[in-house]
Ligand binder design. Structure first.
Ligand SMILES: Cc1cc2nc3c(=O)[nH]c(=O)nc-3n(C[C@H](O)[C@H](O)[C@H](O)COP(=O)(O)O)c2cc1C
Length: 377
């Protein structure tokens, strides 16, 4: 008798990760280039994960330029009292952004989420993404983000309300594999989403309680893919072209979503795109090119945030671009004390001139991508 005999779908998702059995064979997914996604044609099936404090307009634009098919905005609140705050206004600024513009909203009240969806569509959103994936305390304490996965009825009401509020705009949903290891209800949430009219889902291969610990698992995502017909995007710990290939093949997902590995390394998308198409690696980016990418990124940040905030926001990006590089720790310490954009630019120039003098390509103290990701986290 097979191990799965007599088990319901729920049984597969009760118990530890290792107890999960994938009941249907998964066909390797082809690289989708270009990809049809919720009514838009994307360059490929590579998605930039929404990251509060990271995926602002300059970063989204840069990732799209360097190979991402779609970049989801940082989450914006569904609380209309905050629509006028500088932060929310900035997050809702899509001027000059390459279409389609996907805006993520967060909240727990169906009516407020519906209003937020309408408000963002009126302000340029072409896709509304709903956040049920973020474990941040600020979100979960008010029973939003991934905390919502505990209340499946409420999930249904939120999705129904949002889909009805923006009938001409596709709605997508981002969530996790479940609340905790004994409540891996991603399959149920996925079905609720599909029947509510959600047009695609992205799933991070961790539970809410895991936060960012342990390793993402992809069996639950593979299971969801067999249960629904709308596109499934797999997310979590994708750091290299090979890992993207592996996750696509293992899950049968329609695309992959990448977050932390792209911090300070937005050209990762073109590396993955090339590998998925050809099975071969692009030559590594040269020091000169990375220097140029970073300088252009800094100018965009200064423009977008203004000089004072721009310098501060730029610090964390400069740290990500240089983490793991030989001699970078001292550079970062000093750079974090520099108050003006002129000094910041100059310090970056000097650091990269030294790197260029040492060779055409950057030299990392840690050579393994995984180590660099740990550093970037
Ligand atoms: C700094 C940071 C901010 C994040 N903010 C959001 C967010 O606003 N909305 C969301 O759905 N997920 C958010 N996430 C989760 C990511 O979208 C993604 O699911 C997670 O990082 C796993 O993917 P990765 O391993 O490729 O980073 C955030 C993650 C990080 C690291």
């Amino acid at each position: 008798m097979p191990a799965s005999a007599g088990k319901s779908e729920t049984d597969y998702f009760l118990g530890s990760d290792s107890a999960i059995i994938r009941p249907f064979p998964v066909c390797p997914a082809p690289a989708r280039s270009p990809m049809d996604f919720v009514g838009f044609t994307l360059r490929n099936n590579l998605f930039v994960a929404p990251m509060a404090g990271v995926t602002d307009r300059p970063f989204r634009q840069l990732c799209k330029k360097l190979g991402a098919g779609l970049a989801v905005s940082e989450m914006v609140t569904s609380n209309s009292l905050l629509y006028g705050s500088a932060k929310t206004l900035r997050r809702a600024n899509h001027v000059g952004e390459v279409a389609p513009i996907s805006v993520q909203i967060a909240g727990a009240d169906p009516q407020m989420m519906a209003e937020a969806a309408k408000h963002n569509v009126d302000n340029g959103a072409q896709i509304i993404d709903i956040n049920m994936g973020c474990p941040a305390k600020k979100v979960c304490n008010v029973m939003a983000g991934s905390a919502l996965m505990q209340d499946e009825q409420l999930v249904g009401r939120i999705l129904d309300a949002v889909v009805a509020a923006v009938p001409n705009t596709p709605v997508t949903l981002k969530f996790r594999t479940g609340w905790n290891l004994v409540n891996k209800n991603a399959p149920t949430i996925a079905r609720i989403a599909e029947s509510a009219g959600v047009r695609a889902v992205a799933i991070h291969g961790r539970t809410r309680c895991q936060q960012y610990t342990g390793e993402a698992e992809y069996d639950t995502i593979a299971m969801v893919k067999t249960l629904i017909r709308i596109p499934v995007i797999a997310n979590g710990d994708i750091t290299t072209p090979e890992k993207a290939r592996y996750v696509l093949d293992h899950t049968g997902a329609d695309g992959v979503m990448i977050g932390r590995a792209a911090q300070g390394r937005p050209w990762l998308f073109r590396e993955i795109e090339h590998y998925l198409k050809t099975g071969e690696h692009l030559p590594p980016a040269s020091v000169a090119e990375i220097h140029g990418i970073l300088l252009a990124h800094l100018e965009d940040l200064y423009d977008f945030y203004g000089l004072e905030t721009g310098v501060k926001v730029a610090r964390k990006h400069i740290s990500w671009y240089t983490k793991g590089l030989v001699g970078s720790a001292a550079f970062r310490r000093e750079m974090n004390t520099l108050p003006t954009i002129e000094q910041q630019r100059q310090a970056v120039d000097e650091f990269f001139r030294h790197q260029a003098a040492a060779g055409e390509h950057l030299h990392y103290e840690t050579t393994d991508h995984q180590d660099r990701e740990a550093l970037a986290a």
